[in-house]
Design a protein around this ligand. Structure first.
Ligand code: K7E
Ligand code: CUA
Length: 640
């Protein structure tokens, strides 16, 4: 690298001579990850003096505008945040960045009883025995490219699952395990004409029939598989076997194509093998052809299940493979529907695929690389790109710890050879950003107001809290010509991705409907027991099983005592008769490791073995009333 033209991190420090000691330290800390990683990147790109000035200027303007939402005021946007290894989804208010709620999904939650109540166990289904999850990509269902406020879908990479969250109550209502694949990573929804399908990538390569008979040496039958899930039924509609593996995915705005990035076209099993070739690819799926192939029965089944699996490997009519620089990561469709932006990761570039050229590609009229209409060089480690409503794109640079703001039209012109500067600004973020997202930016309604950048490291941005640090979710004002960093938001493990949805798109219930599907099976059980949940307080004895039905009205349970025998399987069903907004009750049985939440007008139940002889108090553990402490009762467990 030419030292005079391309300031390295060291030189940046020298240039910072006049600055305070603290900001110099900050600059040197920035280099910590960047420097070593440069060597593995495909090639460093020159950072011009103009770019440096722009970035320094932007830094000086930090905190110039404010995301203040004053006490009593409401946020303009709902943010849906993945909780990463915590397995949950969080709701934030934007722009305040206040955390409003947590939605347990793939995790077990002590507060709400998710994974403990019978209702949640039914929803958790065949994956109920898993205590863990790794959620990455939350995306809301759409109508004609606009959010419809109905569902948020999210993947669990760890256990190959997909979950659906109902936005009227903000609870998970369905979780399925995707067969034939391992590590469901990229997940998106069909945008147009509506979210008929949720699409998701099986990242890890496994034998087609993964029955324990394959070897670690012969990897010839190893495949990655693309899954297309019926969003309403929450069943896999069909799958497509591809060449290479699958990382991230997105859909077009025409209802015709899905596309996924592949970082392991080598089908390597070790890191060295995975990064050995200079190019990987994007695979594009032709939805109509896939549906026709399923109809025509041109599929196979694997692993003893009935899911139709199509062959979309190279040469197939169902797919096309577009070579891009090695190890691409994120894929983001521009809100006008013109481009798939492919983020280079090991290449300093983003490749733009013109979606209107895909018809010709599938008709074999053009070559795959002819669909690429821009490949701007942005900086080191581009991972994800977001869009505003003014034709600009915002790309996270993981290694540079920056956001590159660039103009899409100018990047296309530059690729044609015109002398234009597509780079608008580089802004330092803190540090190592992964995903970023603009308000409404993955829909036709991109509004160019806010950009959130999910930084993987926070280092020195918060009070030190031991070796494990929070992430740093930064809020950037993008409404003006310059990006302005306005807020640092610490977050626990690990928001991979987020979306920001205008509040006008979401209508939530204040209290539960008594006929809600969430507890319909519990209502049916009560009916079989001859119990009217809204009025009865009864103990039903059924051999070794005891079903205890009680109501709750602040500050009392309908039953203040009941008796069981040691070893009984006890099911406690609580129906919250309160109709007042926000009066949630809890039910905790001491010494049995169980507790749950019961929202206003909801029924919740849980089952446990009464294995602790003696008097066991149960109590309300959600604060509900001045006499909340007194809201309790006794279970006598008679010794056997
Ligand atoms: Cu969307 Cu983190 Cu799963 Cu990129 S991934 S960073
Ligand atoms: Cu009921 Cu606290």
């Amino acid at each position: 690298m030419d030292k005079t033209d391309n300031p390295t991190e060291v030189q940046v420090e020298e240039q910072a001579e006049g600055q305070t000691k603290e900001s110099k330290m900050a600059l040197s800390r920035r280099g910590f990850l960047g420097a070593g990683a440069v060597a593995t990147a495909a090639g460093a790109i020159p950072m011009t003096a103009a770019m440096f000035t722009a970035s320094a200027k932007a830094q000086a303007k930090e905190a110039a505008s404010s995301p203040a939402v004053h006490p009593g005021e409401l946020d303009e946007y709902y943010g849906f945040w993945s909780g990463g290894q915590s397995g949950e989804v969080r709701i934030l208010g934007i722009p305040s960045m206040r955390e409003l709620m947590r939605i347990p999904v793939f995790n077990v939650d002590s507060a709400t009883g998710w994974g403990i109540t019978n209702e949640s166990k039914r929803i958790r289904g065949d994956g109920d025995h898993f205590l863990t999850g790794d959620s990455h990509h939350p995306h809301m269902s759409m109508q004609d490219g606009h959010y419809d406020g109905k569902y948020v879908f999210i993947n669990d990479k760890a256990n190959s699952r997909v979950a659906r969250i109902r936005c009227d109550v903000m609870k998970t209502d369905k979780i399925i395990t995707i067969p034939n694949v391992q590590a469901v990573h990229g997940l998106r929804v069909q945008k147009v004409p509506y979210t008929k399908y949720v699409i998701c990538n099986g990242e890890f390569e496994i034998p087609l029939n993964n029955d324990g008979k394959a070897s670690l040496e012969d990897v010839s039958t190893y495949r990655s598989i693309f899954s297309v899930v019926d969003a309403e039924k929450m069943e896999v509609a069909f799958q497509v076997v591809v060449d290479g593996n699958l990382d991230n995915t997105d859909a077009d705005y025409d209802g015709k194509y899905f596309a996924s990035t592949c970082y392991n076209s080598e089908m390597g099993m070790t890191l060295g093998e995975m990064v050995s070739s200079e190019r990987d690819h994007v695979v594009v799926f032709n939805l109509a052809r896939c549906e026709a192939a399923v109809k025509a029965g041109k599929f196979k089944n694997y692993n003893g299940n009935n899911v139709p699996v199509l062959d979309g490997r190279k040469g197939s009519k169902l797919t096309r493979y577009i070579p891009v620089p090695k190890s691409p990561h994120g894929i983001n469709t521009s809100p006008g529907g013109e481009y798939f932006a492919i983020n280079g990761k090991l290449s300093p570039t983003v490749s733009l695929i013109a979606i209107d050229k895909l018809d010709d590609l599938f008709a074999d009229k053009i070559k795959p690389r002819e669909t690429i209409v821009a490949e701007p060089e942005l900086g080191l480690g581009p991972l994800h790109t977001a869009f505003d409503n003014k034709g600009n794109a915002y790309t996270t640079l993981f290694l540079d710890s920056q956001i590159a703001k660039w103009n899409v039209k100018d990047a296309v012109a530059a690729y044609k050879g015109e002398k234009v500067n597509y780079m608008r600004q580089k802004l330092d973020v803190h540090y190592q950003p992964g995903h970023n997202h603009t308000t409404m930016g993955e829909t036709r309604d991109a509004d160019g107001k806010w950009l959130v950048v999910l930084c993987k490291f926070s280092k020195d941005r918060f009070l030190p809290v031991g070796p494990l640090r929070p992430e740093n979710d930064q809020l950037i004002d993008i409404s003006g010509d310059e990006m302005k960093l306005v807020h640092d938001g610490p977050a626990f493990a690990e928001p991979h991705d987020c979306i920001m949805v205008h509040r006008s798109k979401i209508k939530t219930k204040k209290i539960w409907d008594r006929d809600d599907a969430m507890f319909a099976e519990t209502v049916a059980m009560a009916k079989r027991d001859g119990v009217t949940l809204e009025s009865d307080n009864k103990v039903i004895r059924d051999g070794n099983k005891v079903r205890v039905y009680m109501t709750s009205v602040a500050p009392m349970y309908g039953l203040s005592e009941f008796k069981v025998t040691e070893g009984n399987e006890v099911t406690v069903v609580v129906t919250n008769l309160d109709t007042i907004e926000d009066v949630t009750h809890g039910f905790c049985m001491t010494n049995h490791g169980v507790q749950m939440e019961i929202g206003p007008q909801a029924t919740s139940s849980m089952t446990f073995i009464a294995n602790k002889p003696g008097v066991q108090w149960y109590y309300c553990n959600w604060f509900c009333h001045a006499l909340h402490m007194e809201m309790r009762g006794r279970m006598l467990v008679k010794a056997k």
